[in-house]
Design a protein around this ligand. Structure first.
Ligand SMILES: NC(=O)c1ccc[n+]([C@@H]2O[C@H](COP(=O)([O-])OP(=O)(O)OC[C@H]3O[C@@H](n4cnc5c(N)ncnc54)[C@H](O)[C@@H]3O)[C@@H](O)[C@H]2O)c1
Length: 345
């Protein structure tokens, strides 16, 4: 089997990509890239086999590299992903794909032009209970979808925003609690509930010194007639976590993070519901133990990307799929600025 050369650019959350690539049996060549020498040195020490690059451009000239993880600040994802594609590399891009639909579409255009592969990180799609929820909805286990209530009640302190430099800025973060933190849940909302028809929302800076927002509230209508509310914030001290609640004509699923509050699908008995709750307690520990192929977190998508290149197939989350969350989030911001309902085609 061909061995893959893998480079991770950006060594913040990129460290999770490095760990996954280093553990992947098909990765025969590992490289790391960051303009921050201290980070390069720290990660390089941990992975002595990794070739080090302190500029993205020098890294692109390395012919041994097949895949580049772009784990750079959000507002430069498209710029660097396109450079990598044009240099003949495949790309695994961190979320959000970029901060605007227009920039994200440049990645899709470059993907088509170069014939290379692009995957986008939305690792929460691979949380065991989320996979189960997707399956249940596809099987019509709730009947007609009526309502979703989604809330991301997180906490980030002021030093978090001050440390990154780029965080909480429109140019580089593209927003705040919704674009950075809740983008995962926006993606899950649209993946689970269906295509969005319209968005109405507000945002505000409630309790941080930042340019963008730390609180949003919105109302979403879906093409299938369902409705959802969505709240995101980084002001909940202490952090209360993520809540996904979906109600259909014949049942409901209520999740708290990666565990089950209620699993009342069509025809389920109280004993079966208790067993489901047990299986997905502790983030699905029992489910993962029962099925060793169930890989989660960043490793699930790094492994998927390596396989996609080896098997010449699409990665799990392609650009046009990842762009949907960016479109919804920017519609919330636009609605807040204009007071208008934003309608999707
Ligand atoms: N999937 C997740 O759960 C998850 C979690 C956290 C962050 N993220 C995303 O990952 C991305 C990075 O976030 P972070 O928290 O790691 O940020 P960070 O600031 O900690 O890390 C970014 C790194 O990129 C480096 N960098 C910047 N410009 C560069 C360039 N031109 N060439 C090489 N290196 C460069 C910086 O030196 C820094 O080390 C963001 O898009 C963020 O939204 C995803």
């Amino acid at each position: 089997m061909k061995q893959i050369g893998y480079c991770v650019a950006g060594l913040g959350v990129g460290k999770a990509h490095v760990a996954a690539a280093a553990a992947n049996p098909h990765v025969g060549y590992l490289a790391i890239c960051d303009i921050d020498e201290a980070r390069l040195e720290a990660v390089g020490k941990q992975y002595p086999q990794a070739v080090r690059y302190n500029t993205f451009e020098a890294m692109l000239e390395d012919p041994n590299i097949d895949i580049v993880s772009v784990a750079l600040p959000s507002g430069i994802h498209a710029e660097y992903a396109v450079k990598a594609l044009e240099a003949g590399k495949n790309v695994l891009c961190e979320k959000p794909i970029d901060t605007t639909v227009e920039k994200a579409l440049r990645i899709e255009e470059a993907r088509i032009r170069t014939g290379k592969k692009v995957g986008v990180i939305f690792q929460n799609r691979n949380i065991p209970v989320i996979r189960e929820t997707k399956k249940a909805l596809e099987n019509g286990a709730l009947g007609k979808l009526i309502l979703g209530t989604f809330s991301v009640k997180w906490y980030r302190d002021q030093p978090y925003y001050d440390a990154g430099g780029w965080r909480g800025t429109w140019a580089m973060d593209g927003g705040g609690s919704l674009m950075n933190q809740a983008v995962h849940t926006v993606d899950l909302m649209q993946w689970l509930m269906g295509d969005v028809e319209s968005v109405q929302g507000i945002y505000t800076v409630a309790n941080h010194n930042i340019e963008t927002e730390d609180l949003t509230a919105s109302l979403i209508r879906f093409k299938n007639g369902a409705t959802a509310t969505f709240v995101s914030t980084t002001c909940c001290n202490p952090d209360r976590g993520t809540f996904l609640q979906i109600y259909g004509a014949d049942g409901c699923i209520e999740l708290r993070g990666d565990t089950i509050d209620a699993w009342k699908v069509k025809g389920i008995t109280p004993e079966e519901e208790a067993a489901m709750r047990e299986k997905y307690a502790d983030g699905g520990a029992a489910a993962v133990a029962a099925d060793p192929t169930l890989v989660t977190g960043h490793a699930s998508q790094v492994n998927d990307m390596v396989e996609a290149v080896l098997q010449d197939r699409d990665p799990q989350v392609c650009p046009m799929e990842a762009i949907k969350a960016v479109r919804i989030i920017n519609a919330v911001y636009e609605s807040s600025r204009t007071g208008q309902v934003i309608r999707f085609e």
